[in-house]
Design a protein around this ligand. Structure first.
Ligand code: BGP
Length: 456
């Protein structure tokens, strides 16, 4: 049996916009998702928008009981900025009541709430001013964070600032699956810089609040593997890791933006606007822990036609299809558990073995109803996926990596941005035809056994 350390966190992650429902009621103001759905519902899978998410706003007590049933001892979700401070300044008392009762309910059931501040849900009032493009976003986020710690700092003792900051930068400014869905690398760099500073403002607000607890950041890691050992392919790998891993981990843990990243942006005329004091802020407020979301690796090779100075990321590395890859055919993502061991070693060896946990890992499957037998989704594929990943994580922990938990994505099937309810990830199935009714999947029973044994 592979045993995990004492007090290991077993749980799952989700986010406010993906689960709460009540998207336009109870005092909440719109986010980019609410507005984008209003503007272009056809972009969303089966035209299901953010108003209709899994209704946790009403069902949280029942859901917390379900978490307990399968032995979860911790749960991460996020607070909705637009619900708590609908205009960015005025506190919404209904939101305070909701979150306080929700967190208290988790605590009463022995489930530690880990609360995240931003999960892709930019308030519309701020987006109208440019969102993360404007410097104002940094102080606005600092104020929001300060308010959160004042209102909930007695109940929550583990915080994170952002979920996967690289995703909202890339998806909104280099690709087209988050609003404003444009291609503008200069803006992407500025948005990245402001996001980073907003993270530091929140850490600063937490330290100044004097509240007990820890604060970290949740990063998506897609470790890069080079096609070959040629200098060119290895250089491509180095660039991919610089952008996808070091860009945020280095400043958050080591207190500095990598000099290679600064040189690269400078040479390309992409240096963001900065202010005096930014560097000191980054230096002064390292995180207490990291959350790493891992789904898939990145396979890279040297670019075929690079420009220098660069004009796009394709000038640094190109995707490569590894002939031996194993795929999750539904989501189109490679399954490569060993990357979790590699990440564990990277954190141990290069990031002063900072405490970290797997904050998301999971397998999205479309059309899960076809696996229902005797009223239960027989998701053996998910169990196998998680066991393989846990085995690699266990190897990393045995070799000294300071990992304190494993959270899956996710607990009950939830709405996922443009994909809406296309890919299901939960231990509980959500029935959209039947008022979001929940039913346990086979993986939920497996998870219960895992948590009871603290291993498998
Ligand atoms: C992560 C995000 C989650 C969730 C998950 C699954 O990157 O943090 O918010 O969306 O991916 O994504 P999808 O449903 O698109 O497969």
């Amino acid at each position: 049996m592979k045993k995990f350390p004492d007090n290991f966190l077993w749980g799952a992650a989700a986010s406010a916009p993906q689960t709460e429902g009540h998207g336009s009621t109870d005092g909440k103001s719109p986010t980019t998702w609410d507005k984008w759905f209003e503007m272009a519902p056809e972009k969303f899978f089966n035209q299901i928008g953010p108003e209709d998410t899994s209704d946790v706003y009403d069902l949280y007590q029942e859901d917390v009981n379900r978490m307990k049933e399968i032995g979860m001892n911790s749960y991460r979700t996020s607070i909705s900025w637009a619900r708590l401070l609908p205009d960015g300044e005025t506190l919404n008392p209904e939101a305070v009541d909701f979150y306080r009762s929700y967190f208290q309910c988790l605590l009463d059931n022995g489930i530690e709430p880990i609360m995240n501040l931003f999960h892709f849900d930019m308030p519309w009032w701020l987006m109208k001013k440019g969102g993360w493009e404007t410097r104002e976003s940094v102080s606005a986020f600092g104020f929001y964070a300060k308010t959160v710690f004042e209102e909930f700092g007695d109940l929550v003792h583990r915080w994170s600032t952002f979920n996967e900051p690289l995703v909202h930068i890339e998806a909104a400014y280099l690709q087209e699956f988050h609003y404003p869905a444009i291609h503008d690398i200069k803006k992407a760099v500025q948005v990245g810089y402001h996001t980073l500073l907003a993270h530091f403002e929140a850490v600063k607000a937490f330290r100044e609040s004097g509240k007990i607890g820890e604060i970290g950041i949740i990063l998506n890691v897609t470790p890069a593997y080079a096609r070959s050992n040629s200098d060119e392919d290895l250089q491509a790998k180095e660039y991919a890791d610089l952008i996808a891993i070091k860009s945020f981990i280095d400043p958050c843990v080591l207190g500095e933006i990598p000099s290679k990243l600064i040189d690269l942006t400078k040479a390309a005329g992409l240096t963001p606007q900065t202010q005096e004091g930014d560097k000191a802020l980054i230096k002064e407020y390292p995180v207490d822990f990291l959350g790493l979301n891992y789904y898939q690796p990145m396979r890279v090779q040297a670019p075929s036609n690079p420009n220098y100075p660069i004009t796009s990321l394709e000038d640094l590395f190109e995707p490569y299809i590894w002939p031996e890859r194993r795929m999750n055919p539904y989501r189109g993502w490679e399954i490569y558990p060993k990357a979790l061991y590699d990440m564990a070693m990277l954190i141990k060896n290069e990031y002063r073995n900072i405490p970290w946990y797997v904050s998301e890992n999971g397998m999205g499957v479309e059309g899960e109803e076809k696996f229902i037998k005797d009223g239960m989704v027989q998701d053996d594929y998910r169990i196998e996926f998680m066991e393989e990943h846990l085995a690699e994580l266990h190897r990393g922990i045995t070799e000294g990596s300071n990992c304190f938990g494993y959270h899956t994505w996710t607990f009950v099937d939830c709405w996922s941005w443009l994909n809406a309810y296309k890919n299901r990830y939960g231990f509980y199935r959500v029935d959209l035809e039947n008022n979001f009714a929940r039913s346990l999947k086979k993986s939920g029973l497996w998870f219960k056994e895992l948590t009871e044994n603290n291993g498998f």
